[in-house]
Ligand binder design. Structure first.
Ligand code: NDP
Ligand code: GDR
Length: 357
C-alpha cells in the first residue's frame, strides 16, 4: 500500500470528505485541491487536518481550481499521484441554469484540463483517473431502471457539462489508452450534504421546526423521485472502480427510489410529527396532523426550467464485477441526517440563548 498517492479535486465537498477518510484509512497519501475562498471552506475535512510543520503528513492541501490548467499541471507534477479522483464541480443542478457558462467551464473543460495535464506530463502509464459522472446524464429517462447502456438525455446545463466529462474520459481511454473510468453515481446524501440540496434542506428544516427555530419549509417539485443512497457507501465504490483490472464505466445506485414528498414524511416522522398533504400543485401543503399547522409549502422559485422527474438505478454490473453493494437503508439514512441536524440546531440554540451568536 505504501506508494499509493491519491489526488482529489473537490476535496472540501461532501464526497471529498468521505473519500479522504476512506483513503487515509487505507494508508494512502492524499493531496486535496481546495479553492481559495474569502472564508475558510475546509470544515468538512478539518478533523483530518495535519500541521504543515510536521514532516510525516499523509494529507496535504493545495490551492487550485479546475478552471486553471497551469495550476493543475503544477500540482500533478509535484505530487505525482497514482490515482486522481475528479470530484470538483459546480454540482447544483438548479444553480447551473443561472451559471451555465461557469458550470461548463468547471465541470466539462475542467475534466479535459486534468486529462490533458496527465498527457502533457506523460503520466498516463502511471496514473488512474476517476470521473464523478452522474445519474443526471439520464435526465429524461429512456428506460427504467437506468444502467450503463441506457441512452443519455441531459436536462440541465450541469448535466450537459457532465455529459462532456463522461465522453472525454471515454475518448482519452480509447485514444490514448488512459486508465480513466466513469462512476455514474445516483444521488447520495449524508449529514455532510450541502444545505441547499433537497434532502439536507429538509432534514435541517425538520430539526429547526421541531426546536421551534423555524416555522415552515418551502420546497419545489414534491413529486420528483430519486434513488437516494449514503455517501459513505458510494466513496467505497469510487475506490473499487479504480482498483478494477481495467478502466470501465459503472452505475452506482441502491435500486430503490422515493419521492421528495416521501422524504419529507419520513424526516418529520423521526421527530414525532405526522405530515398530511392537502391541496394540489402550487397550493399543496404538508400539515402537522396533530396541530393542523401548515409546515411544508410549495414555492415555484425552486422549480427547474427542465426537470428530471424520476431516476432509478440498476447497479448489477458493479455488484458483479466489483462486489459493491449499498449498505445503508433509506430509512436509516434519513434518521442519521435528522439526528445530526437536531444536534446542529441544538448547538445553535444554546449559543443564541447564551448570547454567543
Ligand atoms: P459538493 O458540491 O459537495 O462538492 C463539490 C466540490 O467541488 C467542492 O469541494 C467545491 O469547492 C469544489 N469545486 C467547485 N468548483 C470548483 C472549481 N472550479 N475548481 C475546484 N474545485 C471546485 O459535491 P459532492 O461532494 O456532492 O459531489 C462530488 C462530485 O460528484 C461532483 O462532481 C458532483 O457533480 C458529482 N456527483 C454528486 C452526486 C451526489 O449525489 N452527491 C451524484 C453524482 C455525481 P468549495 O467547497 O470551495 O465549494
Ligand atoms: P439533484 O439534487 O438535482 O438530483 O442533483 P437536489 O437535491 O438538488 O434535487 C433533487 C430533486 O428534488 C427536487 N426539489 C428540490 N431540490 C432542491 N435543491 N431544493 C428544493 O427546494 C427542492 N424541492 C424539490 C428537485 O427539483 C429535484 O427533482 C444532485 C446533485 O448532487 C448533482 O450534483 C448530482 O449529479 C445528482 O444529485 C445525482
Amino acid at each position: 500500500m505504501g506508494n499509493n498517492r491519491a489526488l482529489i479535486t473537490g476535496v472540501t465537498g461532501q464526497d471529498g470528505a468521505y473519500l479522504v477518510e476512506f483513503l487515509l484509512k487505507k494508508g494512502y497519501e492524499v493531496c486535496g485541491v481546495k479553492r481559495r475562498s474569502s472564508l475558510i471552506n475546509t470544515q468538512r475535512i478539518d478533523s483530518f487536518y495535519q500541521d504543515p510543520h510536521v514532516d510525516s503528513r499523509n494529507l496535504i492541501l493545495e490551492y487550485g481550481d479546475t478552471t486553471d490548467s497551469t495550476n493543475l499541471i503544477r500540482i500533478i507534477q509535484e505530487f505525482q499521484p497514482t490515482e486522481i479522483y475528479n470530484l470538483a464541480a459546480q454540482s447544483h443542478v438548479r444553480v447551473s441554469f443561472e451559471t451555465p457558462e461557469y458550470t461548463a467551464n468547471a465541470d466539462a473543460l475542467g475534466t479535459l484540463r486534468l486529462l490533458e495535464a496527465i498527457r502533457i506530463l506523460r503520466l498516463q502509464e502511471k496514473v488512474r483517473f476517476y470521473q464523478a459522472s452522474t445519474s443526471e446524464l439520464f435526465g429524461l429517462v429512456q428506460e427504467s431502471p437506468q444502467k450503463e447502456t441506457t441512452p443519455f438525455y441531459p436536462r440541465s446545463p450541469y448535466a450537459v457539462a457532465k455529459l462532456y466529462g463522461y465522453w472525454i474520459v471515454r475518448n482519452y481511454r480509447e485514444a490514448y489508452n488512459f486508465f480513466a473510468s466513469n462512476g455514474i453515481l445516483f444521488n447520495h446524501e449524508s449529514p455532510m450534504r450541502g444545505e441547499t440540496f433537497v434532502t439536507r434542506k429538509i432534514t435541517r428544516a425538520v430539526a429547526r421546526i421541531k426546536l421551534e427555530m423555524q416555522d415552515k419549509l418551502y420546497l419545489g417539485n414534491l413529486s420528483a423521485k430519486r434513488d437516494w443512497g449514503y455517501a459513505g457507501d458510494y466513496v467505497s465504490a469510487m475506490w473499487l472502480i479504480m482498483q478494477h483490472h481495467e478502466p470501465d464505466d459503472f452505475v452506482i445506485a441502491t435500486g430503490e427510489n422515493h419521492s421528495v414528498r416521501e422524504f419529507v414524511e419520513r424526516a418529520f416522522k423521526e421527530v414525532g410529527i405526522i405530515i398530511e398533504w392537502r391541496g394540489e400543485g402550487l397550493n399543496e401543503q404538508g400539515i402537522d396532523s396533530e396541530t393542523g399547522k401548515p409546515l411544508v409549502l410549495v414555492d415555484s422559485r425552486y422549480f427547474r426550467p427542465t426537470e428530471v422527474h424520476e431516476l432509478l438505478g440498476d447497479a448489477t454490473k458493479a455488484a458483479k464485477l466489483l462486489g459493491w453493494k449499498p449498505q445503508m437503508s433509506f430509512k436509516e439514512l434519513v434518521r442519521r441526517m435528522v439526528i445530526a441536524d437536531l444536534r446542529e440546531a441544538e448547538k445553535e440554540r444554546l449559543c443564541q440563548v447564551n448570547g454567543y451568536n
